[in-house]
Design a protein around this ligand. Structure first.
Ligand code: CUA
Length: 193
């Protein structure tokens, strides 16, 4: 069961799943073109399309029910401990991240963070995340490029993200909410030691 869930790991298999979906759509389109080019009367063609559509609906519903049953065992998702060993303040700006140890509650314009920070392994970190301007999304990626934690960075609002780094290394911080021209270059680094 767990192995099957691993196979369904979307991050790892996104390309394969997309390819499969695209081939399915191409197949259906080719089928429709072939069946439409035959000299059938209109009624017969309509009947075929309706039949195909209902098969598609039931097929898709079946797949969704199976996915629901298979994935039900892994919910609710494991919650990180809510008792923090260390607190880090994070502020998103167009277009950079600033991070600093401790809770910060003064003017964001004067926030003295950096785009990199060093944090301990195996300690629960509470990230207090906000934004100085527009909505951003604070996302932490491990060295393999997998997302390990994320939360929205919103102006005038603080989101608390708890995460325990289990492995040492450099984690990349990226923005997951389109926030303007240089959105893709909003990078930060968390060194876990
Ligand atoms: Cu900040 Cu996209």
């Amino acid at each position: 069961m767990n192995h099957f869930i691993e196979l369904l790991n979307l991050q790892e298999n996104a390309a394969v799943i997309s390819l499969f979906g695209a081939l399915l759509v191409i197949g259906v389109v080719i089928f429709l073109i072939i069946s439409a080019s035959k000299s059938e009367d209109k009624e017969e063609a309509t009947r075929k399309v309706y039949k195909l559509r209902s098969r598609y609906l039931w097929g898709l519903s079946g797949i969704l029910v199976i996915l629901l049953i298979v994935s039900l065992g892994s919910t609710p998702y494991h919650r990180e401990s809510q008792v923090a060993d260390e607190v880090v303040s994070v502020v998103g700006y167009q277009w950079l991240w600033k991070m600093a140890p401790g809770a910060y509650d003064k003017s964001l314009a004067q926030f003295n963070g950096k785009d990199e920070i060093t944090l301990p392994v195996d300690k629960t970190i509470e990230f207090i995340v906000t934004s100085n301007d527009v909505n951003h999304n604070f996302a932490i990626y491990n060295s393999k490029g997998y997302i390990v934690a994320e939360t929205q960075a919103m102006p005038d609002y603080k989101n608390n993200l708890y995460y325990t780094f289990k492995e040492k290394g450099d984690y990349k911080v990226l923005c997951l909410e389109y926030c303007g021209l240089a959105h893709a270059f909003m990078e930060g680094t968390i060194h876990v030691k």
